[in-house]
Design a protein around this ligand. Structure first.
Ligand SMILES: NC(=O)C1=CN([C@@H]2O[C@H](COP(=O)(O)OP(=O)(O)OC[C@H]3O[C@@H](n4cnc5c(N)ncnc54)[C@H](O)[C@@H]3O)[C@@H](O)[C@H]2O)C=CC1
Ligand SMILES: O=C(O)CCC(=O)C(=O)O
Length: 433
């Protein structure tokens, strides 16, 4: 099932549980604006290359639209639309005053030089600068982009509108970025995981996780814990590497990790600091000698307690759901689980912490960054992390409350929470007709 069909199906199920009026339901699903631009740049060898860029602005009932920009060869308008929709529900779940948007350029960033990436980013910004803005639509990093990409957007946007640090978040700290934003999505994953495990009388140090990275969290005293959990992670980029690092610092043992270059497993626990160093020096985890190389396709079905997908969408589907052995799935990536897999996993008793809650730490600290830029006052990192924990814990509590009142699972708890908040704002603004 493609990303848009999957996201829309979850939305419609939530709308039904909430008993939303059919006109309101229809209007909430239709994006506010879909932008498609052709970005032509000179390559370093003097030839011209053209790339298609998208920005889908889904909804602004609760505030300026917010969401990342992805550089990936599989970027397509339907997926960007789905990701923009997810941002609308995610910012509402986090209860931050934003709507949702997402952007992307269909390109392979690893095959472009730094100067080509800069030219591409600047051309894209020139084409969309009058449609984004501090109180309109505020981009941020996503897959394939980073703080440097945000610095180029900020600079190009500022040529048209004057110096405007708050037009993007996730930018370098030297240009007004927030302390703690780099680690925020991974740190939010840690807090959300802790909240979920605490519900079941467990803690990080007693669990095993798999996230397109495989984490194995051994209890401090293995023999005392009859239900030791294991973690696996898929993806070792911004989100996966920070989540792995922080979970391992919290006492967990990461036993397997995959990225686009390969996968590595060590049942005694991977040394995440060494793996991060290896990955940055070698542009991937392939060749790391601190574990055994495994087939990346087997990562999602590794024997473990907690699986953490932290890369692409749709990776958990009807073809592999039956083989998943994890007891918990923490969705650090956006829409990693197909609705058909959701049904299979639910029957198996697997608990899934959905993306719009689990990975909301990134956009939450983006909000803190925007607030700091507007106030012209910088927070210290401790304040950022403490506030992030408060928001993640509150988000989990609010989702559980919806699960109780609507007798539904965590995904529907999160969707009903987000959709209901956006629906209320829409009606209050008189937009429902
Ligand atoms: N960066 C952020 O703040 C946020 C990111 N996300 C989501 O988290 C996910 C990861 O994003 P980032 O870490 O920012 O991206 P990134 O570009 O920093 O890293 C992506 C990682 O995924 C790996 N990967 C790509 N294809 C793969 C494959 N087929 N198998 C295994 N690994 C593969 C890459 O090798 C890399 O390690 C995406 O779904 C993104 O939308 C969600 C919330 C916020
Ligand atoms: O930080 C942000 O504004 C957006 C992050 C994002 O793209 C996401 O949560 O999927």
């Amino acid at each position: 099932m493609n990303a848009l069909a999957a996201t829309s199906r979850n939305f419609k199920q939530a709308a039904k549980l909430l008993g939303l009026d059919s006109k309101l339901e229809k209007s909430l699903l239709i994006p506010f604006r879909e932008i498609k631009v052709e970005c032509t740049i000179p390559k370093d060898d003097g030839t011209l290359a053209s790339y298609v860029g998208f920005r889908v602005q889904h909804d602004n009932a609760r505030g300026p639209m917010k969401g990342g920009i992805r550089y990936h060869h599989e970027v397509d308008p339907d997926e960007v639309n789905a990701l923009a929709q997810l941002m609308t529900w995610k910012t509402a779940v986090a209860n931050i005053p934003y709507g949702g948007a997402k952007g992307g350029i269909g390109c392979s960033p690893g095959e472009l030089s730094i100067s080509e990436l800069e030219r591409l980013t600047r051309v894209f910004t020139q084409k969309i600068h009058d449609l984004i803005g501090i109180h309109t639509d505020v981009p941020a990093p996503d897959m394939g982009t980073n703080s440097q990409t945000m610095a180029w957007i900020l600079d190009e946007y500022s040529k048209f509108h004057g110096y405007s640090p708050a037009v993007v978040t996730g930018k370098p700290v030297d240009l007004g970025g927030s302390l703690g934003r780099d680690a925020a999505t991974g740190r939010g994953v840690l807090f959300a995981t802790e909240a979920l495990l605490a519900e079941h009388g467990k803690g990080i140090a007693g669990q095993r996780f798999v996230i397109q990275i495989l984490f194995d969290f051994f209890p401090k005293k293995p023999n005392d814990d009859p239900c030791m959990l294991c973690l696996a992670f898929q993806g070792f980029g911004n989100v996966g590497s920070w989540a792995a690092q922080l979970i391992s610092e919290a006492g967990g043992k990461v036993i397997a990790i995959s990225d686009v270059t390969g996968a590595v497993k060590n049942s005694n626990g991977l040394d995440i600091t060494k793996l991060m160093k290896h990955s940055s020096e070698n542009r991937g985890i392939k060749g790391f000698d601190g574990g055994d190389a495994i087939d990346p396709r087997s990562l999602l079905t590794e024997e473990c307690d907690v699986l953490i997908p932290a890369a692409l969408g749709g990776v958990i589907n009807k073809d592999n759901a039956n083989d998943i052995k994890a007891k918990y799935i923490i969705e650090a990536a956006n829409h990693p689980t197909d609705p058909e897999a959701d049904e299979i996993l639910s029957k198996k008793g697997v608990l899934i912490l959905p993306d719009i809650l689990a990975n909301s730490g990134g956009v939450t600290v983006s909000y803190f960054e925007w607030v700091q830029n507007i106030q012209g006052f910088m927070w210290d990192e401790e304040k950022v992390n403490t506030e992030l924990k408060t928001y993640m814990t509150r988000g989990f509590r609010d989702v559980k409350e919806m699960c109780r009142s609507h007798h539904c699972d965590l995904r529907m708890g999160a969707f009903t929470l987000g959709v209901n908040r956006v629906a209320r704002a829409t009606v209050l603004r008189g937009w429902e007709a």
